[in-house]
Design a protein around this ligand. Sequence first.
Ligand SMILES: C[S@@+](CC[C@H](N)C(=O)[O-])C[C@H]1O[C@@H](n2cnc3c(N)ncnc32)[C@H](O)[C@@H]1O
Length: 221
Amino acid sequence: MAAGSRVFEGSNLSMSDQTPSSTQIKPNEQRPEHPDFWCKRFGDGTTPWDAGKVPAAFADFIARQPAPCNMLIPGCGSAWEAGFLAEHGWPVTALDFSPLAVNAAREVLGDAPVDLVCDDFFTFIPRRPTQLIYERAFLCALPRKLWADWGRRVAELLPGGGLLAGYFFLCEQPKGPPFGIQPEQLDELLAANFERIEDAAVDDSIPVFLGKERWQVWRRR
Ligand SMILES: C[S@@+](CC[C@H](N)C(=O)[O-])C[C@H]1O[C@@H](n2cnc3c(N)ncnc32)[C@H](O)[C@@H]1O
């Protein structure tokens, strides 16, 4: 194993397996902005971010909504939440650019009525208007250079009053994924177009996010 590399298995909770180097051109499977990075991990069965369940604050949030509306789950991975939403009569689009992630989602979803799409969040054309975007382990999967694009894209996809709801990995963790974001950096990405209307501690985090994630809801202005 090369010096500086880390094995992505067992007790290692990182989603990455190599120390970044600015002098090397990395292969696609070491670049989280590329689907091959995620295909490798789904293919190896190394998915420490996968909760294998629907997180509690999300289920509670859905129960509090007055009526189902069009939900988008970008970077859906295994898409546990999409199955839950479909069961509760919500129209849901689950999107991932890794074909192996989409295969994993298909296994989890069975014949649940979910619009499961293999495409890139930054360029896909939605088949229906989005009213709610669910965030879990997607922003923290993106290299920092894509964060501003993420902020612009969520604002572009949501109409006034639309909601961005989910879990945010708030910490100083420059090596990733998962890449930590500081609260003030998240504000910088969202505050121009969104108002934060919920912010709560999370008590059912899986180890990779333990003590470092918060449940938040942001309303599009
Ligand atoms: C850390 S995983 C999280 C999966 C899921 N949200 C969960 O909570 O289990 C990040 C996912 O985002 C997907 N992804 C990363 N960049 C993407 C992009 N630009 N468009 C669509 N999916 C993307 C990856 O393929 C991967 O499945």
